[in-house]
Design a protein around this ligand. Sequence first.
Ligand code: GLV
Ligand code: MN
Ligand code: MN
Length: 422
Amino acid sequence: MSLTVRIDRLRRDLEQVSRFGATAAGGVSRTSFSAADRQVREWLAGAAAQAGLTIRTDGIGNVFLRVDGGEVGGRDGGEVGGGDGAPVWTGSHLDSVPDGGALDGALGSLAALEVARRLVEERVPVRRPVEVVVFADEEGSYHHLCGSTGLVRNYSADELSGLRGRDGDRLVDALAGMGWDPAAATRTAVRPGAVHAFVELHIEQGPILEARNAQIGVVTGIVGLGGGELVFTGRQDHAGTTPMRLRQDPLRGAAELVTRLPELAASVSQAAVATCGIVSVQPGAGNVVPETCRLQLDFRDPDRDRLLALEQAIVAAAEQAAGRHQLRVSYHRDSITDPVALDPRMQDLVESTATRLGLRTLRMPSGAGHDAQNLATLAPTGMIFVPSVAGRSHSPAELTTWDDVENGGNVLLAVVHALATE
Ligand code: GLV
Ligand code: MN
Ligand code: MN
């Protein structure tokens, strides 16, 4: 028996799923709990039924597909098997950033589905259950790595009720809109040891594999992520009558801060990055000097201390800019996700499996965040990267060749098989 994925079927699945939330620009907008997300969840339920997998959704919206009829996840606080019967988890996410690509998250989710199908079809004997996990809101519309965070710790009701999406909507309303009880979203954590191992296939989302002519990235660790909001407050005035020198325009302070981000990141480390991906001015009219300007910040570094130093440097620079332009500024941290090193044994397993399949490998860190960094606190965790053409991602330009998709799927299948027979 040759245990390989069926690339024709995986390709068809990826193409079908890319239609849910397809944008005019050729990308995908599939925020968790949106209409497009409902469509993809419905599609997934159909695919699971066809493959003979049971499906279960926990209180925060993580979906589990399982080969047998056992209980998984924790919509009602239930725990995964544990002990010798602890399952192998594999999966990723099906939500996307606004106008993102068709592969970020979808590849690892649908390849995991294909892995489960192949194990069932070929009646491959496994010692442990294999579960496909599709994490909710990985892209953090409501909270960074929202669904997987709910697996490693329970959200409190207070925290949940304070979480709002990019559009300002409340997470608890979004959950209720899905027909779910928001109270169940406070009971999703699984205990450490309940998962035997987790492995995620993902596109690299950067240029390194392509530049180094490698086919499979063996991920060594995942960057630390910080997120927060800066609000500059000035004075709302008439755009025609207020002399330039008398204005307290909050956008001036915000603009000064944004132009300093490269220098602030470089002051911390060569690997540090800082991004402002959302700017909004209020009240928002062409003929009004704004009262406030909000900046949504994302900052990253592979080292936790340097990550916190970068946050401090940004806040200090914002205060300086505010002082220069007679503004006030406040900062609210949304979240800090610690960097993680991935399990050395999982790295070895991914590397030796890919080498056995005749593929060129490269060990590399991940600059993107992944649910795997939460899972790494629960179970031995590994990640498999495949090349991104021209390193493009979080953009409709995201692309990976079908050969690389097939290679990644085959490495994932062999790794999951090895873990499930331990
Ligand atoms: C997820 O894609 C992230 O790196 O933010
Ligand atoms: Mn992403
Ligand atoms: Mn992703």
